[in-house]
Design a protein around this ligand. Structure first.
Ligand SMILES: Nc1ncnc2c1ncn2[C@@H]1O[C@H](COP(=O)(O)OP(=O)(O)OP(=O)(O)O)[C@@H](O)[C@H]1O
Length: 587
């Protein structure tokens, strides 16, 4: 009943209900409850001695016989009750019923010296799960000890093995002088019950850790990491995955599970400090000693940060698009400029925030579960994707589907207003000084310069839409994600991904891209290839920030997915950086 009730609350994500639901639904607890019930049942039916009742019955039979001495049935009953085999059976029954089956332990000798090492014998029944403990050899004493016990593993669940316990025997074989590998071999070959004789660790570490959830900001492959103490115990993860860290006792190796599989036993992951060190070493060693455990994306991470905190993104403005301020223009112009600059070797500039290096370098980001309160402002929706993938088309369709619910942010520019334009409709027209002030006071999400004029999307413009109670949908170059990820905007980032080139050849037959020479030009093979390459790079460098990925294959389906993702972002619980939720945090 409790489980049923919790499953209803779970959908509403009341604090901690998920954990309670998992706990009550866990197999071990169910098994424990079953055992408890069996024992209760046994206690209820426990036999009581019957000899006294048999004697009373016998006395009654004697009375009856006196009253009816000729009754054959009573005679027969009397004979039965006096028969030696029945007496023996009753006596045996009573002996069992009265016996106390608690084990009797031999008394402890009085003269045990205080420093005597107590020995513990632990029996574990091997099933097809790993033992869930690692062992190591002390460099000087040669002792084999339990190095760590993995959370949720067989050894941990037994509650009988602890890190630091010294092994004396395994299945009757003394381990003194053996290498850890030889001990592992003994374990591997044994069937059924495994018996450890060990000297318990004297100061068992008291674990008062709280569980922490983090978003992995890098990929990690334990099988390719020569430094991991036990590769089999490692937990591989990909950037963006949410991990539940259950043990941080070791400064170098933590234990964690993926939230997508909380019933699994934990695995080893490098600590924050260690992973950071690996990233640094990897960066310095490039290209001589690639640390494969960090995968190729680390290379991209390094190359990104190699730019001395300044990323170059390119920017241009196309007057022909001005009449469509909500659906076109700004971002498209940036892309056009990029294309143009590739051919003309012309450069434009924008900034990467000073936090770029430090944020990207943090291997884990602490996260918490967050659900927007209906009275709160909406979360900012950011669309990211390679040029031509359909970001503007999807955004346009979303806004057109319900302009009262969705809106885009109006960009700022220093260019002169044209006669048919209206301030605050196509653009906010500001002086160069005002614009630069906005840049210096970090009020721009992204900005750039083209033909001597500045263009940019400001935080104020986004705030205006949000303050109206609408959902603000913008598209952003991925380099701008870091600036937008704030406590105030709580952005939900959707990556629009191209489908395969062969699919795009079909779907984009009638589609048009806008270049600096032709406003409507058919997609060429190299445009599709460039889109695919660019998407791969974006995912490798910024994939950890994507809350949702939508493959834009069929336009109708992608639009429907976008609509549902936007509502999901506003109405359902999400993992967000912990600093967004702590009241005093203002990243
Ligand atoms: N799934 C799709 N199927 C067919 N055509 C599509 C699809 N998605 C987008 N298109 C078309 O592709 C063209 C380019 O789309 P869009 O302008 O939205 O790209 P973009 O990602 O905003 O890139 P840019 O900023 O370079 O314009 C448009 O003609 C659009 O209608």
């Amino acid at each position: 009943l409790v489980l049923q009730e919790l499953s209803l609350l779970c959908k509403r994500d009341v604090n901690g209900v998920g954990v309670l639901y998992d706990l009550l639904g866990s197999r071990w607890l169910q098994a424990l409850l079953k055992i408890y019930e069996c024992l209760q049942h046994y206690l209820g039916k426990r036999p009581v001695p019957v000899t006294l009742q048999a004697r009373a019955l016998n006395r009654e039979v004697v009375e009856l016989l006196r009253e009816a001495p000729q009754s054959g049935e009573i005679k027969e009953l009397r004979r039965l009750l006096r028969a030696p085999h029945l007496k023996a059976l009753l006596s045996a029954h009573d002996t069992v019923a009265q016996k106390d089956f608690e084990p009797t332990l031999p008394p402890l000798p009085d003269n045990i010296p205080e420093n005597e090492e107590a020995m513990r014998i632990v029996c574990l029944v091997k099933n097809n799960q790993p033992l869930g403990a690692t062992i190591k050899r002390h460099e000087i004493t040669g002792d084999i000890t339990v190095a760590r016990v993995i959370h949720g593993g067989l050894a941990d669940r037994s509650g009988l093995l602890y890190a630091g316990d010294k092994l004396v025997e395994v299945n009757g074989v003394p381990v003194e002088g053996l290498e850890p590998e030889q001990v592992i071999n003994i374990l591997a070959l044994s069937q059924g019950t495994i018996m450890f004789k060990l000297i318990p660790v004297s100061d068992r570490p008291v674990s008062n850790q709280t569980t922490v959830y983090v978003r992995a900001m890098a990929d990690y492959w334990p099988l390719q990491d020569p430094a991991i103490p036990c590769a089999d115990a490692g937990l591989p993860f990909k950037k963006g995955e949410i991990l539940q860290i259950v043990d941080q006792n070791d400064a170098l190796w933590w234990q964690a599970r993926k939230v997508s599989d909380l019933s699994a036993c934990a695995g080893l992951i490098p600590s924050n400090h260690l992973l950071k060190r690996k990233q640094r070493e990897f960066w310095w060693s490039q290209p001589f000693q690639p640390h494969l455990c960090l995968k190729s994306s680390m290379y991209e991470f390094s190359s990104l940060c190699n730019l001395n905190s300044f990323e170059i993104i390119l920017f241009v403005y196309l007057p022909a698009l001005m009449s469509l301020p909500l659906t076109a223009g700004f971002r498209r112009s940036m892309r056009l400029c990029r294309r143009k600059s590739r051919t003309n070797q012309q450069s434009c500039y924008t900034r990467c925030p000073s936090s770029c290096y430090s944020s990207l370098a943090a291997p884990y980001e602490e996260v918490v579960r967050y659900q927007r309160h209906p009275a709160d402002r909406h979360r900012l929706i950011i669309l990211v994707g390679p040029a031509g993938v359909g970001v503007n088309e999807l955004r346009r369709r979303l806004i057109a589907s319900n302009p009262r619910e969705f809106r885009s942010a109006i960009p700022h520019t220093t260019r002169v207003q044209k006669s048919y334009e209206m301030n605050g409709r196509e653009y906010h027209y500001v002086s160069k000084e005002t614009f630069e002030n906005m840049v210096y006071s970090h009020r721009m999400l992204e900005y750039g310069e083209y033909k001597g004029y500045l263009y940019g999307t400001s935080i104020d413009a986004v705030r205006t839409v949000l303050d109206e109670g609408k959902i603000c949908v913008i598209d952003l170059e991925p380099q701008g994600i870091q600036v937008a990820r704030t406590h105030e905007l709580k952005p939900y980032i959707i990556f629009i991904k191209p489908s395969s080139i062969s699919c795009m050849r079909q779907t984009r037959k009638n589609a048009r891209i806008i270049t600096d020479y032709y406003v409507n030009m058919k997609f060429k093979e190299e445009d599709l290839q460039e889109m695919e390459d660019s998407a791969k790079k974006m995912e490798a460098q910024f994939g950890q920030f994507f809350d949702q990925v939508i493959v834009n294959d069929n336009l109708q389906e992608a639009s429907a997915q976008l609509l549902s993702a936007v509502h999901h972002a506003q109405d359902e619980p999400q993992w967000v950086p912990a600093v967004w939720i702590c009241s005093d945090a203002q990243p």
